[in-house]
Design a protein around this ligand. Structure first.
Ligand SMILES: Cc1cc2nc3c(=O)[nH]c(=O)nc-3n(C[C@H](O)[C@H](O)[C@H](O)COP(=O)(O)OP(=O)(O)OC[C@H]3O[C@@H](n4cnc5c(N)ncnc54)[C@H](O)[C@@H]3O)c2cc1C
Length: 427
């Protein structure tokens, strides 16, 4: 059987390569790092998590939780690795990032059917090729795709949050608690009184920004930098990432706002400032974030960063099976296809590979069930607005037949439908 090219060894790329190899198909996986860097990846490992170590909620009544369960049913390598590298984080699924990527890296590189080529991929030929080069696709490849599709590529901006060393935190001030006590106390909380909050907001709004100009900036709403949220209203943070409800130390001790820090690794050496994606200069991050009670002497091991995220206008350029209308041996996967988020990108890697598999078998493509979260995302790529297309996260509003007051039933139906889809793929 033909060899398939997969471009990009990120979350979508490893899912695609692993799926095809399981089907006995040879894969050449192109990953440009470390020769060419993206500006956000830090390691040489495949399947690197570029920012948070959280894969979001693990609860089935959460849209991303449901999507994860669907991926488990379909044999996702990322879900397999996540279950082996979990760190406690309440109802969320968070992982020790190096362990997560190392497991996948080793499994992919050891697979006799997968050859990893550390080169930047630029030129397409007639091979079936899955492009999973992500939101930070190299400019040369992006240009090539724009030439082929004849449609200008789109982008939005998002940002990553800083990491601090636990040993530098003041644990007399920070306290352990999960929201509404749902979880095992794996979050640290920094309580703010009104005066501290007021001063913090003022300094945050006035702090010096790095990179891009306002007029050139369109944010993905869910990844808005914290300083932009603060700018939208003095109380915006208190009702957003610094929401204290469910985190108060006691009934009597009700702080005005609370910053949460999430454990990054099982050794508990590093903590992530939850919701603190930012575009401030490094110096300003140190100055302003050190105003948070308990973080006065915080040692920042990584600062937040802002990035331009590329994606294709899926409804304009993609066929039903995720191949390009103008060159149908090229399939688009991952975030580049028009979804947003780690788990969504994994899902679109697996799905693109399933479609390639059908093509290789000369079989009619089997659509993912419309009432599953996988199918909902897939449909959105085809049914979204061509004029105003924006990347999509998993959410129940796009699920076919969703009824809010029958959520449990919808979830069960989604899982049953995915089991049947998986059986048809013979997984
Ligand atoms: C800075 C930043 C922070 C983010 N934070 C989060 C977060 O906290 N939570 C969340 O859910 N989502 C986050 N995202 C969004 C998204 O979920 C991730 O980017 C996710 O990794 C996308 O998966 P992917 O497989 O599509 O791309 P990636 O995981 O980025 O993988 C693409 C791979 O392709 C390689 N590549 C690029 N061009 C070429 C080429 N020409 N030839 C060969 N290889 C190439 C890259 O080196 C990379 O390894 C973030 C995105 C960015 C940019």
């Amino acid at each position: 059987m033909d060899e398939v090219y997969v471009v990009g060894g990120g979350l979508a790329g490893v899912e695609a390569a692993n799926f095809l190899a399981k089907k006995g198909i040879k894969v050449k996986l192109f990953e440009m790092r470390p020769k060419v860097q993206t500006g956000a990846h830090h390691s040489t490992l495949l399947a690197e998590l570029v920012c948070s170590n959280s894969l979001k909620s693990n609860e089935l009544t959460n849209a991303c939780g449901l999507l994860k369960e669907e991926l488990r049913i379909l044999g996702s390598i990322c879900m397999e690795s996540a279950s082996l590298s979990m760190v406690p984080s309440g109802s969320a699924l968070s992982v020790e990032r190096d362990k997560f990527s190392s497991y996948i890296d080793e499994k992919i590189r050891k697979n006799p059917l997968i050859e990893v080529v550390n080169e930047e991929f630029i030129d397409f030929d007639d091979h079936l090729t899955i492009v999973a080069s992500g939101p930070l696709t190299s400019p040369k490849l992006l240009d090539k795709l724009a030439n082929i599709t004849g449609v200008k590529n789109r982008h939005f901006f998002d940002a990553s949050a800083p990491l601090v060393e636990k040993s530098s935190l003041n644990l007399d001030i920070l306290y352990r608690k999960d929201r509404y006590d749902k979880g095992d106390g794996s979050y640290l909380n920094a309580p703010m009184d009104k005066l501290t909050y007021d001063n913090f907001v003022v300094e945050l709004i006035n702090a010096k920004k790095a990179l891009v100009h306002d007029f050139d900036t369109s944010y993905f709403e869910a990844c808005k930098p914290i300083e932009e949220i603060a700018r939208s209203g003095h109380d915006a943070l208190r009702f957003g990432p610094l929401k204290p409800k469910g985190l108060w130390r006691s009934k009597e001790d009700r702080s005005y706002a609370i910053v949460q820090l999430r454990k990054e690794d099982n050794y508990e050496r590093l903590y992530n400032l939850v919701g603190f994606q930012t575009n401030l200069t490094y110096g300003e991050q140190k100055r302003v974030f050190s105003m948070i009670p308990g973080l006065e002497n915080a040692k920042f091991v990584r600062y937040g960063l802002m990035h331009k995220n590329a994606y294709l206008n899926a409804p304009s350029v993609l066929n039903e099976d995720l191949s390009l209308k103008n060159k149908n041996n090229i399939f688009i996967a991952g975030q580049l296809s028009g979804v947003e988020g780690y788990v969504e990108s994994m899902a679109m890697g697996l799905l693109a590979a399933a479609n390639v598999y059908y093509r290789l078998q000369s079989k009619k493509m089997n659509f993912p069930p419309r009432n599953s979260m996988l199918g909902a995302l897939f449909n959105y790529l085809h049914l979204g607005s061509k004029e105003h297309f924006q990347p999509m996260n998993a959410n129940f509003q796009i699920l076919h037949g969703y009824e809010k007051n029958k959520k449990d039933k919808c979830v069960q139906q989604a899982l049953e439908a995915i089991k049947i889809y998986g059986e048809e793929l013979d997984l």
